[in-house]
Write a protein that binds this ligand. Structure first.
Ligand SMILES: Nc1nc2c(ncn2[C@@H]2O[C@H](COP(=O)(O)OP(=O)(O)OP(=O)(O)O)[C@@H](O)[C@H]2O)c(=O)[nH]1
Ligand SMILES: [Mg+2]
Length: 205
């Protein structure tokens, strides 16, 4: 996928910091450390656009990025990771409030990419999030991350297990590795198809 330009647009701690809605937006969400920032960077082929970290729970803010391709602009939104064990209940609530303030009220949101580590099982967090998004008619893609961590046989087996465990169409579940550059074109295609469909169903953007 040809990306002409990718640049930081805004960082927000709440709705007052969100940029004015303009281009179609794709939100990346998932457990802390699952690889959201890495996958976003890999998709736009910029190593350090979104900050990545081996210390989980680093991203507590919402970061907006503008991605320019020929004749097309898309915004990528890097949401803070959930499920980091060492945060207090109050922090957890503040995470939830922040994420919901974005997901519930963003008129330009066209797709949510939920990330899931290949080596972990889906937890209630993921299944509840998928239900929550579907209730609000936000199209969901599931990106399985870090597939480079398992050898091909085991990888295929885990993918089958995860696909069976999740109630999403096969085309909405994409195996990826930011590290090895696996599945990036597939994910781009799924994103574009989802955004196109969601936009055609909406009179807004
Ligand atoms: N092997 C491998 N490691 C990866 C991959 N993607 C991310 N990582 C590693 O996983 C760790 C977390 O990656 P991030 O992209 O920072 O994860 P995140 O989901 O943005 O984390 P938070 O912002 O804390 O929620 C880093 O050490 C990355 O190098 C991948 O495809 N393969
Ligand atoms: Mg991150």
């Amino acid at each position: 996928m040809k990306v002409l330009r990718a640049e930081w647009l805004a960082t927000a701690a709440g709705p007052e910091g969100f940029p004015a809605p303009s281009a179609p937006e794709v939100a990346f969400l998932g457990r802390s450390n699952v690889g959201k920032s890495s996958l976003l960077n890999a998709l736009v082929r910029r190593k350090k656009l979104a900050r990545t970290s081996s210390a989980p729970g680093k991203t507590r803010l919402i970061h907006f990025f503008r991605v320019e391709r020929p004749r097309r602009e898309t915004h990528f939104v890097d949401l803070p990771g959930y499920g980091y064990a060492k945060v207090s209940k109050a922090e957890r609530r503040s995470w939830q409030g922040l994420i919901e303030s974005y997901l519930e009220a963003r008129p330009t949101l066209r797709a949510a990419v939920l990330l899931q580590d290949l080596r972990r099982d889906l937890s209630d967090d993921e299944t509840l999030l998928i239900d929550w998004l579907q209730e609000r008619e936000v199209p969901v893609l599931l990106a399985i991350t870090k597939v480079d961590k398992l050898k091909p046989m085991r990888r295929a087996e885990r993918l089958r297990e995860l696909r069976r465990a999740i109630d999403l169409p096969a085309a909405s579940v994409i195996a990826t590795s930011a590290e090895a550059g696996i599945g990036l074109d597939d994910l781009w295609k799924a994103i574009d198809a989802t955004v196109a469909l969601a936009s055609s169903e909406d009179d807004g953007v």
